[in-house]
Ligand binder design. Structure first.
Ligand code: NAD
Ligand code: WQD
Length: 336
């Protein structure tokens, strides 16, 4: 039995589908701070496999211990946390509380329950300004915002824990830019308020919820001047977690990039989305967004080696097509 914290969220819900498809038993623990119960109903609809749900907070050690015990969990996939860079700059204490203290309580509950296998959602944000590209896992770690620092602190906590007790098995997965949705169009990303990230914003323009996209900077040192990122299909990412679970059969602590190894510019993404949706995406060129870098993409060979040959296979056209199917079938997300 696998405990999936934050399993109702964007990446968590897609991973639940892949875990259930792979025949795993799961229990989801989520406080629904940034998600809806509907996503879990849809996970059931897609997988047709029932699973348990606990409404609870990762900062509540007692509920964690009870859940680990009652369900006989042997591993945890830990997605729960807050993820907005901008919000973390404005409310850093909320981010340290949720992401750092929450992860600490979870690890403590696992320790007291004798559950010593974890996969942790980290982020390419831990690398900070690139000293070289692609980012390898050995690139210096120097996050430039509070959100990224919470991820780095948890990573360090995990490395220290593994060093102190070598019977733990810990996989740290550093995601690049997850986009897209399950091919059914039943689950997808459903951000609250005005999206900060590119794809949800573009999709909301295409569906008529927003008028125009702002492109933050066209004077970067990239082929067309706009920012380049390593976009990875959320289903590829979810399947990477299933592969990582297998790697937990060995003890120790590893950190892996989950990306495609390829970069796409903002303008390339906009064009791909226009083609996928058949809708125009009007945009305005704006000054650079503070904190952004020109380019970011992953070295992927270590992940493929550790994860038994796993690699991201879906291209940017598929990502945009699947993202659009979700957005067009659910113009207001899970709110209906
Ligand atoms: P999400 O917000 O959709 O999902 C996070 C889930 O955790 C939500 O369902 C939320 O309700 C839940 N949650 C938050 N705080 C909680 C708490 N204290 N107790 C219980 N549940 C709680 O985000 P996502 O995009 O699915 O991201 C999942 C993880 O991956 C996060 O840790 C995020 O930092 C990390 N990550 C995301 C991205 C990205 O671009 N989406 C990139 C790199 C890393
Ligand atoms: C992508 C590109 C923008 C919005 C963030 C977090 C990172 C990770 C993923 C969690 C950039 C441009 C964007 C818009 C635009 N999350 N853009 N107009 O900044 O690479 O990464 O999400 O871990 O930690 O920092 O993603 O989608 O915001 O931006 O022009 O309205 O799109 O400038 O070049 P980013 P993003």
């Amino acid at each position: 039995m696998i405990l999936v914290t934050g399993g109702a969220g964007y990446i968590g819900s897609h991973t639940c589908v892949e875990l259930l498809n792979a025949g795993k038993e799961i229990v989801v623990l989520d406080n629904f701070a940034n998600s809806s119960r509907k996503s879990l109903e849809r996970v059931l609809q897609i997988s047709r496999k029932p699973f348990a749900v606990v409404e609870g907070d990762i900062r509540d050690q007692a509920v964690l211990e009870k859940t680990l015990k009652d369900f006989g969990c042997t591993a945890v996939i830990h997605f729960a946390g807050l993820k907005s860079v901008l919000e973390s700059v404005n409310s850093p204490l909320d981010y340290y509380d949720n992401n750092v203290i929450g992860s600490h309580r979870l690890l403590r509950a696992m320790q007291t329950s004798g559950v010593k296998r974890m996969i942790f959602s980290s982020s390419a944000t831990v690398y900070g300004d690139p000293k070289f590209l692609p980012y390898t896992e050995d690139h210096p770690l120097n996050p430039v915002n509070p959100y990224g620092r919470t991820k780095l602190i948890v990573e360090e906590m995990l490395r220290d824990l593994s060093a102190s007790d070598p019977t733990w098995s810990i996989g740290i997965l550093r995601y690049f830019n997850p986009i897209g949705a399950h091919e059914s169009g039943l689950i997808g990303e459903d951000p609250k308020g005005v999206p900060n990230n590119l794809l949800p914003f573009v999709a909301q323009v295409a569906v008529g919820r927003r008028e125009r996209l702002n492109i933050w900077g066209n004077d970067y040192d990239t082929a067309d001047g706009t920012g380049v990122r390593d976009y990875i299909h959320v289903v590829d990412l979810a399947q990477g977690h299933v592969a990582a679970l297998k790697s937990l059969e060995q003890t120790g602590c590893f950190a892996l990039n989950l990306g495609t190894g390829r970069g796409n510019s903002v303008l390339e993404v906009v064009k791909a989305f226009e083609q996928a949706s058949g809708k125009p995406i009007p945009y305005d060129m704006r000054p650079r967004r503070s904190g952004d870098i020109a380019s970011c993409y992953a070295a992927t060979d270590r992940a493929t080696r550790y994860l038994g040959g796993w690699r991201a296979t879906r291209d940017i056209e598929t990502m945009c097509r699947d993202h659009w199917r979700w957005q067009s079938q659910n113009p207001n997300g899970y709110a209906g």
